[in-house]
Design a protein around this ligand. Structure first.
Ligand code: IVH
Length: 671
């Protein structure tokens, strides 16, 4: 292919991909199959990789991210990012309307109403139809340049459609959809990590992440709600239509309202309807529609006089507290739970709400049979915000935290300065024992899916299993008498347990259920110590010297291994044949890459990046992060940044593919 032909094809592919992306994300229409789409993208990536001179940061190939920003540059906003005056009262809206009417000296005017999205504001700058910069609100005057992360948001056009002004700016809200947020929390839960409390803070944190490839995986979305620039159409409604036609994601909910009464109707309609949307909204934004009139009304120091936000009260319900029950977690932590008379709240029925700990009960001055207020704002879990004291019966007794474990009767302890009560009977308290085994078999741990909560309870009650190590002593004869088991299901269970012996060391470490050691921490510890003996010998200070391991984790790890019963359990698991070390690693498998340096970039078909790193290391090579004149090889995968590629080319670095690399080390390693 001639250079011109390549350039033409790249252009054509980008246009096609942008078009299909637009149809898919903005209009919900799939015009081609996923496979056909992937083929187009693969062809584009191949051509861009082979011809880095045609690299373009706004190519649709760049959606996957891959840029790591240690810090974000601070950028001054061309138009300050103001906030909005807001109110919870409809009466205030009529006052606002009076001010507008007065400010416009009797002229006719209209409003434009929109949903108020509960996310993070973003400012997007475009030049000649290309996205050039994405900046966070910051303090309103200057914000952070998060362009690399913004480029991964599929509902933000990298290149606009149709004829656009040479220069314009778009404001919008970046959010995580409820679905994306739930998915993220599901992954967190499976990894045994603490859940994110709400979608807004998570979206905000995501936008400031250093690795844009991680941002890309989070599936942020964006709604555009204002257009700024020199040649604006006469009204906001027309701006919104323009944005839509240029390829921006604008909410279909926006509506022109000719009177304050129409605004109020709009507010009432969306008050209910908003719960059906896949994004969080916390109110309505009311804007004067004409841009000339907006200018006439102007701004106060902080906000425009031509707009106001009406905020919905976080939906609240009042219901009877029937009882307080207590849950015992696998770590022995006791969680008080309010058992409520069922009540409808933001589209779901609420029957229970966590009271977290004794301090919370104290804070609420909770009494038995109180009527309590329950709220469920942007948070996923309903919370009790207060008590309706007027409804309290005379002589009602205050809720008193239990003193003994509801499951095993052991006296509870509460460490100095800690909010949580614990049942110290770690070895004998049934939910703690069962909880530890449930954790042990978890998908991210030993992944024994032939076992479930119900079977664990059966095994426990039959006296067959008291700790994870007991699982490996189970025989068919043990299982067959249990209710619901037949030859096949019993064999299946035993085989599933046996197969878990192959689970990697990291999973085993996580499976032990050491407090504060989630999957990520387990991975760090495994990588650092490589085997269980090394880890068990580590002292607190040594542990704390590892990046991101703090005192809390170090204390928990050392306390765990100081316990003779835990050491014995570990020894039994080891004897059962579980993996207690990362795969053998006795120096270089070959010295064929001795002295050679590599940069790994992009996505690979047959190996993960970590596997490639390991292979390079095993064969005597070194992996470095930056491309320099001294670099020997750039190991380039799919979707690597064109800038990196261009730099490597310019420096004359040898660029190799995954296959080239495999061939290089083929003689010594069998794939
Ligand atoms: S217009 C001059 N429209 O609410 C301010 N803002 O308190 C113009 N927001 O920072 C903002 N949805 O992040 C506007 N449809 C919408 C909005 C919206 C959410 C956020 C935005 C802004 C904050 C204002």
């Amino acid at each position: 292919m001639s250079k011109n032909a390549v350039a033409d094809r790249i252009k054509e592919l980008r246009e096609q991909i942008n078009f299909y992306n637009y149809k898919y994300y903005q209009e919900d229409t799939s015009l081609i199959s996923d496979r056909e789409f992937d083929l187009l993208l693969a062809e584009l990536i191949r051509l861009e990789t082979a011809h880095p001179e045609f690299a373009d940061p706004n190519s649709p190939s760049q959606r996957v991210g891959g840029t790591v920003s240690k810090t974000f540059a601070t950028v001054k906003h061309e138009y300050p990012m103001l906030s909005l005056g807001n109110t919870y009262s409809e009466g205030d809206l009529f006052d606002f309307d009076k001010r507008v009417s007065k400010g416009l000296a009797g002229e006719d005017y209209a409003y434009y109403c929109e949903l108020k999205f509960d996310g993070v504001a973003i400012s997007l700058k475009y030049r000649d139809g290309n996205l050039v910069q994405g900046i966070t609100r910051g303090d309103g005057v200057q914000g952070d340049d998060v362009t690399a992360n913004v480029r991964t948001i599929k509902t933000i056009p990298l290149v606009t459609r149709g004829k656009v002004p040479a220069k314009f700016e778009v404001r919008g809200e970046v959010l995580l959809t409820k679905q994306a947020f739930a998915q993220l929390n599901k992954e967190k839960e499976e990894a045994g990590e603490e859940l994110y409390a709400n979608a807004r803070n998570t979206a905000s944190g995501t936008l400031k992440m250093q690795d844009s490839a991680v941002v890309a995986k989070r599936n942020l979305t964006c709604f555009a709600y204002s257009l700024l620039g020199d040649d604006l159409p006469p009204t906001h409604a027309e701006s919104i239509e323009k944005l839509r036609s240029w390829g921006f994601n604008v909410s279909p909910a926006g509506k022109k309202c000719l009177s304050m009464q129409a605004v109020i109707d709009y507010i009432h309609y969306w008050g209910q309807k908003r719960h059906e949307l896949d994004v969080e909204t916390d109110g309505i934004v009311i804007k004067v529609n004409s841009h000339a009139q907006q200018q006439q009304l102007g701004f106060t120091a902080k906000s425009p006089r031509w707009a106001i936000a009406y905020k919905y009260q976080a939906e609240q319900a009042c219901t009877a507290l029937r009882d307080v029950t207590y849950q015992v977690g696998r770590t022995g932590a006791i969680t008080p739970v309010a058992e409520l008379a069922p009540v409808q709240l933001s589209g779901t029925t609420v029957k229970r709400a966590s009271l977290h700990n004794a301090n919370e009960i104290e804070r609420l001055h909770l009494h038995y049979h109180d009527y309590v207020f329950v709220e469920k704002g942007g948070e996923i879990i309903p919370k009790i915000t207060g008590v309706d004291i007027r409804k309290r019966q005379a002589g009602a007794r205050p809720v008193k935290f239990i003193e003994n474990c509801p499951e095993c009767g052991t006296r509870l302890i509460r460490q100095e300065g800690e909010a949580q009560h614990y049942c110290p009977n770690e070895k004998g308290c049934p939910p703690q024992i069962k909880g530890r085994i449930e954790h042990f078999i978890h998908r991210q741990a030993m992944n024994i899916d032939s076992l479930g909560e119900k079977t664990i309870a059966q095994l426990y009650e039959a006296g067959l299993v008291r700790s994870p190590a007991d699982l490996y002593t189970l025989t068919l004869a043990d299982v067959l008498p249990l209710e619901g088991f037949k030859q096949l299901s019993a064999e299946n269970l035993i085989n599933g347990i046996a197969a878990s012996r192959a689970a990697p060391f990291t999973n085993v470490l996580f499976a032990l259920g050491i407090r504060h050691v989630g999957k990520t921490v387990a991975e760090k510890l495994a990588r650092h110590y490589r085997n269980m003996d090394n880890l068990m010998a580590a002292g607190k200070e040594e542990l704390m010297a590892i990046h991101e391991i703090g005192e809390r984790i170090a204390d928990s790890v050392t306390a765990f291994f100081d316990d003779p019963e835990h050491r014995q359990e570990v020894a039994r698991l080891k004897a059962a044949g579980l993996q207690f070390a990362l795969p053998e690693d006795e120096g270089p498998a070959s010295g064929m890459l001795n002295g050679k340096t590599f940069v790994i970039s992009g996505v690979f078909l047959r190996h993960s990046r970590d596997e490639l790193k390991e292979l390079i290391r095993k064969n005597g090579g070194t992996v470095v992060s930056g491309i320099s004149g001294k670099l020997n090889y750039l190991l380039a995968g799919d979707k690597m940044g064109p800038a990196k590629l261009a730099k490597a080319k310019a420096l004359g670095t040898t660029i190799i593919s995954e296959e080239d690399f495999e061939a290089m080390i083929q003689q010594e390693n069998d794939f």
